[in-house]
Design a protein. Structure first.
Length: 498
């Protein structure tokens, strides 16, 4: 008589959990990523808010400096009001309940990471895919691929969620606004899209470059349905404009109150002072890249990676101080090849993630493993993205909304190429390539269907990519002011070079 063992209870629970995750991939990914990022953040080493992160927290406390909330207490001309306004309740809660600031920031950071990697970007990716038969929506991104995208975000960007910075909140707002424009049909979705896009612009003014494209996306005609005709569509568009005004209105009032400036945009320069953008243009011409250090093995917080060719052009042809667009265009006309080379090095170095944190804890440590993973992911993601774009454009009707969305994400990246770049400046492009790999790659299928010649060619291209990328990176790292660094150096910190 044979005895059949009963299945373990855990097997049933795992099967039910798997089935639930298949039905609700966004919720499943959010929960897993929230726990994963939360464990990392709360086991990280202590952090101090000293630079932009501390400045944002100071601005958040400005709203309470009179003892009660006062919108007009905010008086910064260099930062938008909205991100500090969102931090203001946390600042009040920390003060009222004696909760450490870092605890509040880490909880919000874990939720931000989980929502970004597990829900919003996968939802936007799904909305960009062509509809199925009879106009059916594309298949949702699976929870496994959402977790893969979250894993890539963790590897390259995990340290950013320890700090109250606008980099991920602004991109989350822009991606969420574009998602609402692509998928939503109601007045509420239009209002949400307007608020989100305006928030992104207020958080980081460079996203102003995406606003016209978001406007075109809102105007792009959607197929009418039995329940929603032209009137509902125009209601959604007007609601989008209303959402923009809802966020931009307070900025306009603050600018008028403090600076006598009638604009809903962040001024980005002190009253009567030099524009921050022209300062960035000047420094961008003379440097390949910028990082911020909290390390004791580097002489200053500022990590400038010099660009000898750009510096030579500035010495020979530049004015004493760059103050106008015409002066910069004169430099471009004087030596277009040199300026193009500067911009090209900016593009590479802003994608060359050497540290997974905005504030470097140790400068002179080997970073080749993260660099290798980065080059591999970006190269593979670019192939997947280009293949998808080729298939889309080859169709009978190119997907104009999808192309507008991609342009809205990438145009701000193009706008920052002339300035002093940091890796976070090309965050949309970097994460777009990561998303393409996580959501669209089919490596086993591609390998099995490739010929022997294609496999050899692919391997050769990959090795060439690594060789070229490491060479370019080594050249930039050798230009670090305060002492050059090598990404392949040994495990022991290098002697202090100053």
């Amino acid at each position: 008589m044979s005895v059949v063992a009963a299945p373990l209870p855990t097997t049933g629970r795992l099967a039910r959990a798997h089935a639930w995750a298949e039905r609700r991939p966004g919720q499943a990914a959010f929960r897993v990523l929230f726990v994963a990022f939360g464990v990392y953040l709360f086991t990280s080493e202590s952090v101090d808010y000293r630079y932009d992160d501390g400045y944002y927290w100071t601005l958040a406390n400005q709203y309470w400096q009179s003892g009660s909330f006062d919108l007009y207490a905010f008086d910064s001309s260099l930062r938008g009001y909205f991100f500090p306004l969102l931090l203001a309740p946390l600042a009040w809660l920390g003060e009222a309940c004696s909760i450490p600031t870092v605890t509040l920031v880490r909880v919000v950071g874990a939720a931000l990471a989980a929502g970004f990697f597990g829900v919003v970007v996968p939802g936007l990716w799904q909305a960009l895919q062509p509809a199925g038969a009879n106009g059916a929506e594309a298949t949702p991104v699976s929870w496994q691929r959402r977790l893969a995208f979250g894993a890539l975000g963790f590897v390259f960007w995990r340290g950013y969620f320890n700090y109250p910075l606008t980099d991920f909140p602004s991109l989350l707002a822009l991606a969420g606004g574009l998602w609402a424009l692509l998928r939503g049909r109601s007045v509420g979705s239009g209002l949400l899209a307007g608020v989100a896009v305006a928030a992104a612009v207020n958080f980081r003014p460079v996203y102003l470059a995406a606003l016209p494209l978001a406007g075109l996306l809102a105007l792009w005609p959607r197929p009418a349905t039995r329940r929603r005709g032209p009137a509902a569509e125009w209601g959604r568009r007007l609601a989008f404009v209303g959402g923009l005004a809802l966020v931009g209105g307070p900025q306009l009032l603050l600018n008028q109150h403090h600076f006598d400036a009638a604009t809903p945009l962040v001024l980005t320069h002190p009253p009567g002072g030099r524009s921050l953008y022209f300062q960035q243009l000047q420094m961008g011409l003379c440097n390949q890249k910028y990082e911020t250090s909290e390390a004791d093995d580097h002489p200053a917080p500022q990590m400038f990676f010099a660009d000898p060719a750009g510096q030579a052009l500035w010495r020979h042809s530049g004015p004493e101080t760059l103050t106008t667009t015409a002066e910069y265009l004169a430099l471009v006309r004087a030596s277009p090849a040199v300026v193009a080379g500067v911009w090209g090095r900016h593009l590479f170095n802003a994608l060359d993630v050497q540290y997974p944190t905005p504030y470097v804890k140790q400068v002179y440590v080997p970073t080749w493993s993260l660099a290798w993973a980065n080059y591999t992911v970006l190269g593979a993601g670019l192939l997947v993205l280009l293949a998808g774009l080729r298939r889309a454009v080859a169709g009978r009707r190119p997907p104009v909304p999808a192309l507008l969305t991609l342009a809205a994400l990438l145009l701000p990246c193009a706008a920052v190429l002339p300035v002093l770049v940091e890796c976070r400046f090309l965050l949309p492009l970097h994460l777009l390539l990561c998303a393409a790999l996580a959501f669209g790659a089919r490596p086993l299928h591609t390998w099995k269907n490739a010929s022997a010649r294609a496999r050899v060619l692919g391997l050769g291209l990959y090795l060439g990519l690594l060789a070229g990328a490491f060479t370019l990176s080594a050249q930039a790292q050798a230009q670090l002011e305060g002492g050059p660094r090598a990404i392949f150096e040994g495990l022991k910190p290098a002697p202090k070079p100053w």
